[in-house]
Design a protein around this ligand. Structure first.
Ligand SMILES: C[S@@+](CC[C@H](N)C(=O)[O-])C[C@H]1O[C@@H](n2cnc3c(N)ncnc32)[C@H](O)[C@@H]1O
Length: 295
């Protein structure tokens, strides 16, 4: 088995695929229909890879060489404690987005709401943020809003496979740039509004083929500066938030300052602060909605 894995990793490395060793291991486990620890055990015992598995594995390695995302090949992406189903038509959730969930859970702790806290996730994609919050908080009401049908369908599949406990989740089809306008009954109701919107500038086509060719364009591009769509979403967020409510938005490492300026230019979002991701780069900005402002 080690020879098979080494050969596959070399093929991936020769095609400049990042992380060739872990990708080969994950793909062999997938081809074999076993998990990583089972694979490690079989490797330790020097098990031989069955012929059919070798053939499936070779096909997967070839597709990975063509830069099909690992998560599409294995059919899932790890996000916090969830294993989310992903594939064509949905944005693969990223590790840095996990930080927003931590931030929200800490904020909810600080808020000490007497009622069940209410969170709105604008641009919910696979449901990564929505479902993590709903499953990690003891009791939460979350609405996830997604415009693209394929992405929404992936999130509905994911919703069906998690255990919500006392939380409730509503995944709805909607446009995050006009959601509040269409749902006036939600004005001033949300304790938290979170968004990981499309924020790549239209001209800044990503270098990695996995992103450029496999993440949906609707998930990536946010307008000429990348912040046109996020700016519209902010205006919806301030309508949805109750006074004192918390806004949190992911953005690129170059957009921290602009995100703060946009927040400060709204009528009711204040105290903008940008935080870094695991690599120390600016990644998300938070703010609070002040009271007594007519929107
Ligand atoms: C960067 S992805 C984030 C997905 C998910 N929240 C996550 O963190 O992995 C952005 C998502 O926003 C969706 N989207 C783009 N424009 C939208 C809009 N105007 N209204 C609602 N969803 C939108 C895309 O289809 C995509 O699923």
């Amino acid at each position: 088995m080690s020879t098979v894995l080494r050969g596959a990793a070399r093929l991936l490395a020769d095609s400049h695929v990042p992380n060739p060793d872990p990708d080969s291991t994950a793909l062999l486990a997938h081809a074999w229909g076993i998990d990583a620890s089972d694979l490690a055990r079989r490797r330790l015992f020097g098990d031989t890879v069955p012929t059919q598995v070798t053939e499936n594995f070779a096909q997967l390695i070839e597709r990975r060489r063509q830069r099909v995302p690992l998560q599409h090949l294995v059919g899932s992406a790890a996000f916090r404690h969830l294993e989310l189903q992903v594939g064509p038509g949905v944005f693969v959730p990223r590790p840095e987005t996990e930080l927003l969930v931590t931030e929200i859970l800490e904020e909810l702790e600080r808020q000490q709401n007497t009622q069940v806290p209410f969170v709105i996730d604008l641009c919910s994609g696979s449901g990564a943020i929505t479902l993590s919050l709903a499953t990690e908080h003891p009791q939460l009401a979350v609405i996830g809003v997604e415009r693209e049908t394929e992405a929404l369908n992936w999130s509905l599949k994911n919703l069906a496979s998690v255990h919500l406990g006392d939380s409730t989740v509503d995944l709805v089809s909607g446009d995050a740039t006009s959601f509040a306008d269409e749902r006036p009954e939600l004005w001033g109701r949300a304790d938290v509004v979170v968004t990981n919107p499309p924020y790549v500038p239209d001209e800044a086509v990503p270098r990695d083929p996995e992103v450029r060719e496999h993440d949906p364009a609707a998930a990536l591009y946010g307008g000429s500066t990348g912040l046109e769509i996020p700016a519209l979403i902010m205006l919806q967020a301030e309508k949805l938030l109750r006074p004192g409510g918390f806004f949190i938005m992911e953005h690129s490492e170059e957009q921290g300052r602009a995100a703060c300026e946009l927040i400060m230019s709204t009528a009711s979002l204040r105290q903008a602060v940008t935080f870094p991701d695991y690599t120390g780069r600016d990644r998300y900005t938070v703010a609070h909605r002040v009271s007594e402002v007519d929107l």
